[in-house]
Design a protein. Structure first.
Length: 106
């Protein structure tokens, strides 16, 4: 078994020594007329190229990301314009005082 692969799939150890697994989270964006949709957030260092979404047969956009337990801030970028997720767990202020979407992972 490849130890590197195991390390990539598990988060950091808790105070009890057990490792918490990552959770797969699906993100959907309703933008049927968009040409390009990306997901940026604290989980990918706000990197525009890290998580492109793919158009689904019903016209929505979707991507799946493995995230650690906790709360994560994010935005969709639809054709170059930053957009909040209306289906997010909540909205919070980002580091630059911009309002961003929030997802809770447990």
């Amino acid at each position: 078994m490849n130890t590197t692969t195991i390390e990539c799939q598990l988060s950091t150890p808790s105070k009890y020594g057990a490792r918490r697994p990552l959770h797969r989270v699906n993100f959907y964006c309703d933008a049927p007329n968009a040409e390009n949709v990306r997901l940026i957030g604290d989980f990918n260092d706000w990197d525009l190229g890290a998580n492109p979404l793919h158009r689904t047969p019903d016209g929505r956009w979707m991507t799946s990301v493995e995230l650690k337990h906790g709360h994560h801030r994010y935005l969709f970028v639809v054709d170059g314009k930053r957009c909040l997720d209306p289906h997010a767990s909540g909205m919070v202020r980002g580091g630059d005082e911009e309002t961003v979407s929030l997802v809770a992972v447990s």
